[in-house]
Design a protein around this ligand. Sequence first.
Ligand code: ARG
Length: 583
Amino acid sequence: MNNFIYKLEDKLKNIIKECGYDTDKVSLVTSSRPDLGEYQYNGVMNLAKTYKKNPNLIASEIVEHLNKDNTFSNVNVAGPGFINLSFSDEALINYMNEVKEDININKCASKKKKIIIDYGGPNVAKALHVGHLRSANIGEALKRLARCLDAEVIGDVHLGDWGRPMGLIILELKKRHPEWVYFDESYTGEYPSVAPVTNKDLEEIYPIASTKAKEDEEYLEEARIITYKLQKKERGYFALWKKIIEASVSNIKELYDKLNVSFELWNGESDADKYIEDVVNYLKEKGLVYESEGAQVVDVKKEDDKVELPPLILVKSNGSVSYETTDIATIWERMKEYNPDEIWYVVDNRQALHFEQVFRVCYKGGIVPEDIKLDFMGFGTMNGKDGKPFKTRDGGVMTLSNLIDNVKSEVEKKINKTLDKEEQEKISNTLTCAVLKYADLLPNRSTDYIFDIEKFSDMNGKTGVYLLYSTMRMKSLLDKAKDNNYSMNKVTGIYSTYEKDIILKLLEVPSVLEKSFNERTLNYICDYLYELTNTFNSLYASVKILTEEDPIKRESYLSLSEIVFKTNKMLLNILGIDVLERM
Ligand code: ARG
């Protein structure tokens, strides 16, 4: 690994070996006592225990070696064997110039793994809501992060396209348009190629059908029958269903476009349907399926469970299959077609039990070998200022498209109105996306958070607007320097503490990425971006960069600015945020 801290950890490990001690992992961590050093090594205590030796003795042996190495400056021991160290300017400058050549060395590659990420999870014919926003934002960012660390990642949207809602929609359409050819059982010709409904119709019809089903048992039963017949691919229903999917998916794609979210696979629950029979038979042959109250179920409980897990219902008593079965069949399909090392699910925390049951059946039945990781990455709820799930002003359900519109009208206030209309529109779209993403990715994935439009659209503070504004300023600084033909080939020195702060911050990139990846949460990257941007803004506010008279110094400032700009761009890109040139 090529980056600074990792290389030094290796070096330190060798030094420790030379001193006669064996240790498997050496970590240098940012110092908790910056007055004593920039980084510290805290492993001496363990060595002292293993080798039954005085920690200060071991520490001083190591320090003696470190002092001979010109990468380090000011190495000292504090307390019982805590080694503090700082880096020499020369080492830092050299490293910065390597990063300047190739920004990619300042990250760490993980093992090359094949990962499928199941995220997005919108439901056909139902408006996407804010929960779908979180899945899309977090899933997309995790996908980009994993790719940045060298994994091969396939994103699958896993459309909800096969359950009762489909039956409800079709039933309601049948009630309204009984004359449609889709409902004529004697019809054998081709069905029309144009969809008979728009997405808008669907979003209006679904809530009506859903309410009716709750109030009217007969209606519900009709919907059940239609769902069943659809799943058996009855000709007319199936043809209409395809048209419904078409109308809905084009709208879903438009929304995801606005969020910089895209998928390699547009599969849905329906795609796993063809494997359901195989899966059920397979599990039966394994002897895992038994009958309970008319349903076919599989036990998933384990002895050491604190809360007893109910059996997973594979086939309901009415013969239809459950959401669980669809997910098992989808895993079956994914294993067969892609043979991944890991499958990740970015879904609301409230589905944790569902996935626990599904995963257990997959492992228990050998559908997935033990060494393949099925990983549920639950996320918390986005709440309104009242701490309750986000609602519209009049108390209705906040759809994703409502939310995007609201944020957009808020950020429009920040835009330079002298730019031409088309550019203003582009800027407000980019800003809207930035606000939504940064706010959504800033809290730890699994916690609930409060979405406050004004706060998250502010020019100052931890917001997407602040980051984009600051990054844009870096870019325009670099552009002006280019216009003046100022050279910015390399970092030539460290002339102030501002630069030192920036450089030390830049050393953290690999560990921030690694931590985010290991914990599958983007908050570390979000915090880091804010901190790095602040260190740069301090330099910007305190030093005249473009008007610096000494060309060597100016070159250094500009070079460092370029590294920060590229780093910001790289990290924002992981979050799914584009940078702006003007606003
Ligand atoms: N469509 C589901 C929902 O809206 C989410 C799907 C999550 N993915 C999965 N494989 N079950 O709640």
